[in-house]
Design a protein around this ligand. Structure first.
Ligand code: SF4
Length: 330
């Protein structure tokens, strides 16, 4: 994050998302704050149910009922977007915010040639003739690494491999030069050999186009390869956020330590394959105090009654009572 930049591409402040049920509101997100600067990749990591994907869906205004944003704000380049009418939000999606999901077929219509989909999206958002949009589509396919793009543009999605389909989705996501790309588990469905190529492509595009990227994944290895900063989420809150090198090499929050321990090393160092005992709590059963306390080997009395708030510690923010006293010294 560039602290000198007065308007980050994305600014999320105290975001809360509730799912209203007969037994009351369940907090899927509760007090989530972060920023992403131009050209920066923020990795958002955590186990399933941590709130990573809900954060992405809240930003693009696609949380399904009974879920809804109940507090906080989301600003894109200084403009609030969490309170826009559905039609205004639809215009922002695809134009100012590009999206890449785990399954490329979520974004691609199997019945249309990929070129038609690219051209339609380009012309929806940019004032270009059919011919100019086709030229732009071919250039984009070349940019994301599809060979012979002038021929492949007329192929259908099923004629591409999984990795190539995800490249087409990336071309779709960037075709209107968005300010922000949200990529939710973009490599999870792909072969390991293809994953690295897609990761380096997303990273390069962010750099080349100055796009801010929010990369949601459960895979710390992907974060370590791609991101400038990382936010570790647990039970709908950010446990730790900071520069990727610091958080990966010297995690502070006990949950982050557990996650980093779960990154396999090339040398196959078994000591690093640490498992965190227990499981992420269900939304209906989030413990009082620190939600991580039933799984935390460092838990003490205060952890069971008082919720830790994110506090500065050196280059990062950490929500853990172990660091409350160190805050002023950091
Ligand atoms: Fe563990 Fe307490 Fe820190 Fe939570 S606040 S992570 S329970 S030490």
């Amino acid at each position: 994050m560039s602290e000198a930049d007065p308007a980050p591409v994305l600014a999320v402040r105290d975001l809360r998302v509730d799912f209203v049920t007969r037994r009351g509101a369940l907090h899927a997100l509760d007090g989530v704050s972060f920023e992403i600067a131009r050209g920066e990749v923020l990795g958002v990591v955590g186990e399933s149910g941590a709130g990573k994907s809900v954060t992405g869906l809240a930003i693009i205004g696609l949380i399904d009922a009974p879920g809804r944003v109940t507090a906080g704000s989301i600003a894109l380049s200084g403009q609030r977007i969490d309170n826009l009418a559905p039609e205004a939000m639809r215009r922002i999606r695809g134009k100012r915010i590009g999206m890449i999901f785990q399954d490329p077929l979520t974004s691609l219509n199997p019945l249309y040639r990929v070129g038609d989909q690219l051209i339609e999206t380009i012309r929806t958002h940019l004032d270009l003739s059919e011919r100019a949009a086709r030229k732009r589509a071919i250039d984009l396919l070349a940019e994301v690494g599809i060979s012979a793009p002038e021929k492949r543009i007329d192929a259908y999605p099923h004629e591409f491999s999984g990795g190539m389909r995800q490249r087409v989705v990336i071309a779709l996501a960037i075709c209107a030069e968005p300010e922000l790309i949200i990529a939710d588990e973009p490599t999870t469905a792909l072969d390991v050999s293809v994953q690295a190529q897609i990761i380096s492509l997303i990273k390069r595009l962010g750099r080349d186009h100055g796009t801010a990227v929010m990369l949601v994944t459960h895979d710390m290895g992907v974060i370590a390869e791609t991101s400038d900063r990382v936010a570790v989420m647990y039970s709908g809150r950010i446990a730790e956020i900071g520069p990727v090198r610091d958080v990966v090499q010297r995690p502070l929050h006990p949950y982050a330590k557990g996650l980093m321990g779960a990154i396999p090393t090339l040398a196959g160092d078994a000591k690093r394959l640490v498992q965190i005992p227990g499981a992420m709590p269900r939304l209906s059963a989030i413990p009082n105090g620190c939600a991580f306390h039933p799984r935390c080997e460092f838990a003490f009395d205060r952890c069971r009654s008082q919720r830790p708030e994110p506090r500065p510690h050196g280059t990062r923010l950490v929500a853990c009572h172990l660091y409350d006293a160190a805050e002023s010294a950091a």
